[in-house]
Design a protein around this ligand. Structure first.
Ligand SMILES: NC(=O)C1=CN([C@@H]2O[C@H](COP(=O)(O)OP(=O)(O)OC[C@H]3O[C@@H](n4cnc5c(N)ncnc54)[C@H](O)[C@@H]3O)[C@@H](O)[C@H]2O)C=CC1
Ligand SMILES: Nc1nc(O)c(N)c(N[C@@H]2O[C@H](COP(=O)(O)O)[C@@H](O)[C@H]2O)n1
Length: 230
């Protein structure tokens, strides 16, 4: 059984994840960063796409020492399992995600990855192969279930989030709308990719909560299953 999948993102008031140059910018405030750190610390695993690694070089570690200690006291690694979806094994060997903080890392490649680069990365992370061109997300999530991973936080970016929605693999969405305008027709948005053409294919969301956070708003949604359930 695949894990419970929730997407967490911060977007500007005009619906952008970052600038047109894909440069990471501060969209949400301190309270939201603490909230993100908390839900990260409560997750079994956290996942990003290679586009996010190349753009932001995130470490995806739990930042608050108290939260790390709580995990350790529970007999867990200080950080959730960190996962990069990286069909062609483009993760730089000096990427922060491979070096900062203790804990397990998984880089998920496809059969199109260069074996020499995959071998290099295997010094720092567990390498898993799913799919021929792009990573087969459905099969990979089933594999995570076999590892005992029950909750998976997805941090982005827009291409990976799109794929997960397109395949019906998202259970919840947390959208923090920050009080800035970024602009740019080609700046990343929460769901990029090909986009749905038919209205009947749009995933339908149920608004569970909406609350002010810093100078923005946090929207908590669940995703309706195609059979009508949540
Ligand atoms: N504001 C926020 O909360 C966040 C913003 N970002 C921003 O998002 C941008 C990066 O997003 P993207 O370029 O869209 O990259 P992404 O992080 O979504 O990675 C997409 C890449 O993953 C690989 N991939 C392999 N198999 C795949 C599959 N089945 N489905 C989808 N992708 C697959 C492909 O190479 C694809 O291009 C950056 O500008 C970053 O700053 C990223 C995370 C959070
Ligand atoms: N939640 C959130 N709010 C913002 O304002 C942001 N700019 C982001 N960006 C993403 O957060 C990740 C940072 O990871 P580390 O601190 O290096 O662990 C990274 O993926 C950014 O894209 N998120």
């Amino acid at each position: 059984m695949r894990p419970h999948v929730f997407v967490n993102l911060a977007m500007s008031a005009d619906g952008k994840l970052s600038t047109i140059e894909r440069r990471q910018v501060r969209i949400s405030g301190d309270a939201d960063f603490r909230r993100v750190d908390l839900i990260k610390s409560q997750s079994d695993a956290i996942m990003v796409g290679i586009g996010t690694v190349l753009a932001d070089d995130p470490s995806l570690t739990v930042k608050d020492a108290t939260l790390r200690k709580e995990r350790a006291d529970d007999g867990r690694d200080e950080n959730p399992v960190r996962i990069v979806i990286d069909s062609r094994a483009r993760t730089p060997v000096d990427a922060d995600i491979l070096h900062k903080g203790p804990g397990r890392r998984i880089i998920v490649v496809s059969n199109s990855a260069d074996p020499a680069k995959t071998a290099l990365l295997s010094e720092y992370a567990d390498i898993q192969v799913f799919g021929d061109e792009r990573v087969d997300m459905s099969a990979f999530l089933e594999y995570l279930g076999t590892l005992g991973i029950r909750s998976l936080m997805v941090e982005g970016g827009g291409t990976l989030i799109w794929s997960l929605f397109a395949e019906g693999l998202v259970d919840e969405l947390y959208t923090c709308v920050g009080n800035v305008i970024i602009g740019g027709a080609d700046a990343p948005t929460p769901a990029d990719g090909d986009g749905f053409i038919n209205e009947a294919d749009f995933p339908s969301l149920v608004l569970k909560d909406a609350k002010r956070i810093d100078d923005g708003i946090l929207l908590c949604w669940s995703v309706k299953k195609k059979d009508g359930g949540e």
